[in-house]
Design a protein around this ligand. Structure first.
Ligand SMILES: [Zn+2]
Length: 509
């Protein structure tokens, strides 16, 4: 921004000199600031529209994240400038992006992350106005998501013993803390080698089958035995991913490896060096902790024994990634897989292998990562506090969310939740609804209903429109927003979500 400011100042001075007008420096400064702001507006708009109109080969928008972190600025002026850009980014997202019929709707990308920090978290903080704007944006457009600098600095300690605060990737994988050859923390330009996800529910049900109807102790013993075997299987699968990348020449993807998206390697150079010693990560994903624990001991993660066993399983998963990392100098990291459409596949496989078991395999989805089951009634604050314990054990990435009603008229309550996130959990988000029916103009929630064949379909509550091509539906599945519809399993999960904030909401505690 400083570069633009200086360039514009030169131009303005030249223009007035050419016109033969003598003008006071303060007036020039005002004109310059106004033009800088115009440039920012156009820049933000260009980024927004370019990202949503770019498509990958399978028709998805690129998974781009805009990370809004004031403390990333190197000096006070830069921080002020950054605040101006953040403000513009939020204002334009609140407005939305025009759909094919010219109505402003919620875009899925770029994903926005706003960092909560000492400078913006309280009413008397200098950048509180940005946090209020972020709250309004969340209530209307589901983003930004929130990172707590306070908790992240505790969770992400590098080998020099310093805490780090940085963005996750679009898929919300977090890299491990890393210090480059110059002794500086490095988070941009690094990458993830891939993910292999273990279905924890399958291990629990395999153990129950192997142990028969004997005591819970025997069932647990069988569980840990099968767990070890499955971990070795995951390890082999992850090694396959790593081996697949080994020996890749930079020429295979010049934008990534040669032109600076990730690295600036020479032609004919391999990427091998960057697959080891922490530059990139390799993710062990996991899913279905809720059903796994319930299958083993009949307890929920929200009950004391369930929580204890759930945490034990998470600790054990981390022991495996640490062991592999030590042996191979590859940064294996535990990752709460988003499981977008795979949730349906995992659930179907469980039903085929074990039949329908109440509360475990009787739905067409399984619960993401360590999350509390979507049907479990729990208060937003309790949910975030409980899940924070699990999230700290999911260093390769995970996000917690609370499902909320329309809160556009209750911004103080949104702010209360954000302040709670700052004090308790590293990374969280609020899920609200943001839909639009192109037939009748309804902009409330589009509902999920069963059609005459028992299939779940989206239906406008106002005019009854069920044509997906004539509505805009945006839902957060797990970390990022989808607007291209989901398979039957994920649709059922979205339908069954309970609210974690009652309606109407009051701001007082
Ligand atoms: Zn309608």
């Amino acid at each position: 921004m400083q570069v633009s400011r200086e360039k514009i100042a030169r131009e303005v001075k030249e223009e007035f000199a050419e016109a033969g007008v003598d003008i006071a420096p303060e007036k020039i400064a005002r004109i310059v600031e106004r033009r800088v702001l115009e440039e920012i507006k156009r820049g933000v708009q260009t980024i927004q529209y370019q990202v949503v109109t770019l498509m990958t080969t399978n028709g998805q928008a690129p998974f781009i994240t805009v990370f809004m972190y004031l403390n990333e600025a190197r000096n006070e002026q830069e921080k002020k400038d950054l605040a101006v850009i953040i403000e513009e980014m939020l204002k334009q997202r609140i407005e939305g992006v025009k759909n094919e019929v010219g109505v402003y709707v919620t875009p899925a990308f770029p994903k926005l992350i706003y960092v909560l920090e000492e400078d913006n978290i309280r009413e008397d903080s200098p950048y509180w106005y940005l946090t209020e704007l972020a709250a309004r944006c969340t209530a209307k457009r589901m983003v930004p998501d929130y990172i707590s600098e306070k908790i992240m600095l505790k969770n992400k300690i590098d080998k020099s013993g310093n805490g780090n605060c940085y963005t996750c990737m679009g898929c919300r994988s977090f890299l491990t803390p890393y210090i480059d050859e110059d002794g500086k923390p490095k988070y941009y330009g690094r990458f993830n080698q891939g993910v292999v996800t273990v279905n924890l529910v399958d291990i629990a049900l395999s153990a129950a089958k192997a142990a028969g109807t004997v005591s819970p102790e025997d069932r647990l013993a069988a569980f840990w035995k099968i767990f070890d075997e499955r971990m070795e299987l995951c390890h082999r699968a992850l090694q396959c991913r790593h081996e697949r990348l080994t020996g890749t020449y930079s020429d295979a993807a010049p934008i990534l490896w040669q032109h600076g998206a990730l690295l600036r390697l020479k032609k004919g150079e391999t990427i091998d060096k960057y697959l080891h010693n922490g530059y990139s990560t390799l993710s062990l994903g996991y899913a279905g902790l809720w059903e796994c624990v319930y299958a083993l001991i009949g307890k929920k993660l929200t009950e004391f024994e369930g929580e204890a066993l759930g945490l034990d399983i998470m600790i054990k998963l981390n022991e495996y990634t640490a062991k592999w990392k030590k042996a191979e100098c590859i940064d294996y990291s535990l990752y709460g897989t988003p499981l977008e459409s795979t949730t349906y596949r995992f659930a179907k496989c469980l039903q085929e292998r074990f039949g329908i078991i109440p509360n475990i395999t009787d739905r067409n989805y399984i619960t993401n990562s360590y999350h509390v089951h979507v049907t479990e009634p729990i208060d937003a604050f309790e949910k975030l506090a409980l899940e924070a314990k699990f999230q700290a054990l999911s260093p390769g990435g995970a996000i917690s969310y609370v499902e909320v009603p329309n809160m556009q008229e209750n911004i103080p309550a949104v702010l209360k939740i954000m302040q709670f996130i700052y004090e308790h959990i590293m990374y969280a988000e609020l899920n609200t609804k943001s839909d639009y029916c192109q037939v009748c103009g309804w902009d409330g929630e589009i509902q999920i209903v069963k059609d005459e064949h028992g299939k779940l379909v989206w239906k406008c509550p106002k005019c009854g429109n069920t044509d997906q091509s004539k509505m805009n539906v945006a839902r957060r599945t797990c970390g990022y927003i989808g607007s291209q519809y989901w398979n039957q399993g994920r649709t059922q999960e979205i339908k069954e979500r309970v609210l974690h904030v009652s309606q109407p909401v009051r701001a007082c505690c």
